[in-house]
Design a protein around this ligand. Structure first.
Ligand code: NAD
Length: 498
């Protein structure tokens, strides 16, 4: 059985804790590898390597740091097919979708090639008599990233690309479900010219996360995963005097106004609701048609499309979606579907008991569609993270906007309409971080910032964009005076510009 260890100091090292976690092929249900779960000592070894490498890397001029990312982007493109298949084999998503996962990370690497410009400070000449004042953006030192299973290419790159471009060393703790792509990314960074020790991958579970949270040499932590763990990581990091940005779960609504192009809205709902088996933090899981007529027409168009979804293993090039990640995830999703039926929602398409010939042990869930869902039901309150779309009917626009406004989560939201006034009012009032107007999955591009509001995010700076440069650097402000001929006496009151 293939054993995955850690990547420390530019080398693969075997795990020594004696603890392992199984890695499945979700399409067949078979265990295909084992990943080591790090001990405190193994995390410490990675931190020591990072410490040894960091000062030299920070002193490397920003154009040279940028060139590593130029080469890395080339290597990602050269290795795209191999990376995508590796990703699909552990995650289960289609190969096309896996390429998208890697490309969205690659785009963040392209963004940080601008680091010489992005990391520039500010300068004020003549802030006082013979006084100049300037601010520098210096790396925080050692950063750590803790990532979820659902984007094993993109999310590690969201974190390590800006952190490393800013001159930090980095410890990545990927999801224990699909660590192979993160390990490959670390190898490719070294091949691109990154000095050994600047990027280390430590595999593990809660034990490794707790070791990161309490390590005295780690200055900043970026986390993406479920809300309970995001809350825990944020609180514990803060208690240990670390900077933290922690992104959690979601329940994204799409409002369909009576004037919307319904075919466009239905296609958007299909892709955003069922793509990647609904295992996206920006998946649409709640459709909110406004008015009975819109709702009836929408549901009528959705049913045959959901029934016709092609579900298959990643080796099926025509599949729309693959299995979910684990047996436990499948059982959880099917349990939630059952609760929807018990609590009175209308189950229009039932994806439970889905079976695929030749893949009977795979973790497949069929496309599922509910109508007449209400806000008190568990399928509305909970993030399902599966191929399940729920329809909540709203009488009018005000009732529709009130739903996402009152929901615990605030990651993404969308409105489909031809009415510019409605769209403008919606984008102004909605209390959610990422908003789409006739765009169902409004994931900002690399040069803007990604982040939700409410229980979808803890901390105050987002992923990528200029926020990421702020997160991975500390501001130092220097006030310098070069007095030629000024001989003033001691000043005992605070200097002002009066
Ligand atoms: P998860 O919270 O189970 O795991 C995330 C990370 O935390 C993993 O590295 C895992 O090893 C670690 N972890 C798990 N349990 C822990 C514990 N008790 N203590 C410390 N660390 C622990 O999440 P997941 O199932 O891998 O990913 C799916 C979740 O991630 C969904 O809720 C999804 O919405 C969310 N997500 C959010 C975003 C976003 O940007 N907001 C993006 C992608 C995924």
């Amino acid at each position: 059985m293939r054993e995955i260890g850690h990547y420390i100091g530019g080398k693969h090292v075997a795990g020594t804790s004696g603890r392992f976690s199984d890695i499945y092929n979700p399409a067949t249900g078979e265990v295909q590898a084992k990943v080591a779960l790090a001990s405190n000592e193994e995390l410490r070894a990675a931190v020591e390597n990072a410490k040894a490498a960091q000062a030299g890397w920070a002193a490397t001029n920003p154009q040279r740091r940028a060139r590593v990312f130029m080469k890395f982007v080339d290597l990602l493109n050269q290795n795209m097919d191999e990376l995508a298949v590796l990703l699909s084999s552990e995650h289960g998503k289609t190969v096309e979708d896996a390429k998208g996962d890697i490309i969205r990370g690659l785009e963040v690497c392209e963004f940080v090639i601008g680091i010489p410009h992005l990391q520039k400070g500010e300068f004020t000449e003549g802030a006082g008599p013979s006084i100049d004042m300037y601010s520098m953006r210096q790396p925080v030192g050692i950063g750590a990233g803790i990532t979820p299973f659902n984007f094993p290419g993109m999310i590690p790159m969201w974190m390590f690309a800006p952190a490393i471009a800013c001159g930090n060393a980095f410890i990545l703790k990927p999801s224990e479900r699909d660590p192979s792509v993160p390990m490959r990314l670390a190898e490719l960074m070294i091949e691109a010219g990154l000095p050994a020790g600047v990027l280390n991958v430590v595999n593990g579970d809660k034990g490794a996360v707790d070791a990161i949270l309490t390590d005295p040499d780690i200055a900043a932590i970026s986390f993406v995963g479920s809300t309970p763990i995001a809350r825990y990581v944020y609180g514990t990091a803060a208690m240990n005097n670390k900077r933290a940005q922690c992104f959690g779960g979601a329940k994204n609504h799409m409002i369909i106004m009576p004037d919307a192009d319904l075919d466009q809205a239905v296609n958007a709902l299909m892709g955003a609701g069922y793509g990647s088996a609904g295992e996206r933090c920006m998946a649409i899981s709640v459709a909110v048609p406004v008015g009975e007529e819109t709702a009836n027409r929408l549901v009528e168009k959705l049913i045959p499309k959901v029934e016709a979804l092609r579900i298959g293993p990643y080796t099926d090039e025509k599949a729309d979606l693959g299995p979910v990640v684990t047996k436990e995830a499948k059982a959880r999703i099917e349990g939630l579907i059952g609760s929807g039926v018990e609590q009175g929602a209308s189950l229009l398409v039932d994806g439970r008991n889905f079976s695929l010939q030749g893949y009977e042990n795979g973790f497949f869930v069929g496309g599922t569609l509910f109508d007449n869902v209400t806000p008190d039901m568990d399928i509305y309150k909970t993030e399902i993270f599966g191929p399940v779309l729920t329809v909540v009917r709203a009488k009018n626009y005000e009732d529709a906007i009130a739903l996402p406004m009152k929901h615990e989560y605030g990651n993404g939201v969308a409105i489909f309409t031809r009415d510019g006034d409605a769209a403008r009012d919606f984008t102004a009032r909605i209390n959610i971080g990422m908003v789409g107007v006739n765009v169902p999955i409004p994931v900002p591009l690399a040069y803007h910032s990604f982040g939700g509001w409410k229980a979808s995010s803890f901390g105050d700076l987002n992923q990528h964009g200029t926020d990421s440069i702020k997160f991975w650097t500390r501001t130092k402000t220097v006030t310098a005076r070069w007095p030629s001929g000024i001989k003033d006496g001691a000043e005992f009151s605070i200097p002002t510009m009066k």
